[in-house]
Design a protein around this ligand. Structure first.
Ligand code: NAD
Length: 274
């Protein structure tokens, strides 16, 4: 980091880097503590040492835990208490607290965004949408956790990036902004939609043992970023998911290379005999 900061003199640092997959965090929590907490501390210390105009932390709605399925009136706001479920979300919440502590203690100019589930190009093939696209294309079973009723609030990745850009330019230092598009879908709805778009039969869907501690519902209230910064999502889900599927069809080499490597062992471990 010293070398990087001395060579590049960054004025704005945006920390996207993380171990990001909940299932992997259940298998190996310590890796998540190292990357997500100590990695964040390393960047924050470098920012203190070399000076910075802004440090932005890319966080997640998962720091708020989950909401019940039968209370569609409830949403996460920026003041919802942190209440994490997985080693992944615990490590992200810890990182958020460190970022805020560096603001209070050292006066570091920080902002944090907590976004709902992203989808779009270059999504790593272990995540729900690319996994289902890849399996459906290969006529392989589509492994859905539990009954597939868990709800996520999906946002096209470019809308997330636009929100981050806006927060860096116009957001208030020391503040947290929730980012989400009021686009809640059950996992099973997403999988059925992918089958339909690819012309594959729903008989490929297989229900597998649920994820440990599986969060039921995430739903973001994005009022603050809308009122203060004028952000609104631009891509409708129907358009975004079609664009995403098209991207995976046109960029098979990118994800096929990933799937053929170490990922194969991971896949066997997660979904074999489940
Ligand atoms: N994808 C989502 O739905 C979503 C939603 C909300 C927040 N986020 C957050 O957005 C960020 C990016 O998520 P993503 O979905 O693109 O995940 P990803 O796993 O695809 O990308 C994470 C990136 O971090 C890098 N990385 C991991 N460990 C590192 C280390 N020790 N040093 C340097 N780089 C390292 C990886 O190489 C990878 O490029 C993460 O901080 C994640 O918590 C993601």
């Amino acid at each position: 980091m010293d070398k990087l900061y001395e060579e590049e003199h960054p004025d704005i640092v945006v920390n996207f880097a993380a171990e990001s997959h909940v299932d992997r965090s259940i298998e190996d929590p310590e890796l998540f503590l190292r990357t997500n907490i100590l990695g964040t501390a390393t960047l924050l210390d470098a920012c203190r040492k070399y000076g910075i105009k802004r440090y932005h932390q890319v966080s997640t709605d998962e720091v708020y835990g989950d909401l019940p399925l039968d209370r569609p009136d409830l949403f996460f706001t920026e003041t919802t208490p942190l209440h994490t479920s997985s080693p992944y979300s615990s490590s992200k919440a810890s990182a958020d607290l460190l970022v805020l502590a560096y603001h209070r203690t050292y006066g570091l100019p920080v902002t944090i965004s907590r976004c709902s589930n992203n989808y779009g190009p270059y999504h790593f093939p272990e995540k729900l949408i690319p996994l289902m696209i890849a399996n459906a294309l290969a006529d392989k079973p589509l492994p859905v956790y539990g009954e597939g009723k868990n709800v996520r609030d999906w946002l096209y990745v470019e809308d997330h990036c636009k929100a981050i850009d806006l927060i860096i330019r116009k957001g208030t230092v020391g503040e947290v902004y929730n980012v989400g598009g009021h686009n809640e879908k059950q996992n099973i709805e997403i999988v059925r939609l992918i089958c339909k778009e690819l012309g594959k039969p729903e008989s490929l869907i297989t229900y597998v043992t649920d994820r440990k501690g599986h969060d039921l519902r995430y739903a973001i209230d994005p009022t603050k970023i809308h009122n203060e910064l004028g952000w609104l999502p631009e891509t409708k889900f129907d358009d975004g998911i079609r664009k995403t599927i098209k991207w995976y069809l046109e960029n098979r080499k990118w994800w096929e290379t990933i799937i053929s490597g170490e990922y194969q062992n991971y896949y066997e471990k997660m979904y074999g005999n489940r």
